[in-house]
Design a protein around this ligand. Structure first.
Ligand code: G3P
Length: 231
């Protein structure tokens, strides 16, 4: 994985504004802001949009989900190989809105690794964060589900969830980078997340629903960069 830090991961989920042509519009803005600020901005899109976005935009494209199955007789599964062939840089794994069992998480991380793809494994609690960090993914993403989509930032409302996750991961002697998400709505939330020890954030609704996504994302990237440099 050769992403420069900090990172901002924009999760497009299944929002109407962020599918098909909407995904292209928001990916174009993300690409522009990433180029202007120098911050790594990745977009996590529907599997059906991976090729559309990756073939037209110079930013890392993640899938929102990958299955652990490898090639073969698996109907309807999203494989790491298929994502790679579609141009994905990697995938989210075990998002709160697309949970997997423990063995499936391990299989998905391994499948991504085999294809040379980036794994961003989500955890809903510090205990789960430590468990998934043991798989040594590229990133652990801590997101308390009760704050997702609320506009109340995890970094301000529940900072202990972030710091406890990082402490538990480091107690294993692991240096896996940690990002956080849920309710992040502006540059202050991002700065706080990085002050807590993360290397970046995941954002969905505040970006997808922003009246001016470009100025929103610019302010977020500038805050991320400035705080990360100062740390
Ligand atoms: O993956 C990021 C996401 O779950 C956070 O959603 O809408 O609270 O930014 P949101």
């Amino acid at each position: 994985m050769n992403w420069t830090l900090p990172v901002v991961i924009l999760n497009f989920k299944a929002y109407r504004e962020a599918i098909g042509p909407g995904a292209e519009r928001l990916a174009y803005v993300a690409e522009t802001v990433s180029r202007e600020t120098g911050v790594t901005v990745a977009v996590a899109v529907q599997p059906t949009d991976v090729y559309r976005i990756s073939s037209r935009h110079e930013i890392p494209v993640l899938a929102q989900h990958v299955d652990p199955q490898r090639e073969g007789s698996w109907t309807g599964h999203v494989t790491a190989l298929a994502l790679k062939e579609a141009g994905a840089a990697g995938s989210l794994v075990n998002h709160s809105e697309r949970r997997l069992g423990a063995s499936e998480i391990a299989g998905a991380v391994e499948a991504l690794r085999e294809e040379g793809l980036v794994s961003v494994v989500c955890a809903d609690t510090p205990r789960v964060a430590r468990a998934v960090a043991a798989l040594e993914p590229d990133f652990v993403a801590i997101e308390p589900p009760e704050l997702i989509g609320t506009g109340i930032s995890v970094s301000k409302a529940k900072p202990e969830v972030v710091t406890d996750s990082i402490a538990r991961i480091r107690s294993l002697g692991l240096n896996v980078p940690v990002v956080c998400g849920a309710g992040i709505s502006g540059p202050d939330d991002v700065a706080r997340a990085i002050e807590l020890g993360t290397v970046g954030v995941l954002i969905s609704s505040a970006y997808v629903k922003a009246r001016d996504p470009q100025s929103f994302l610019t302010s977020v990237c500038e805050a991320a960069l400035e705080t990360f440099r100062r740390r």
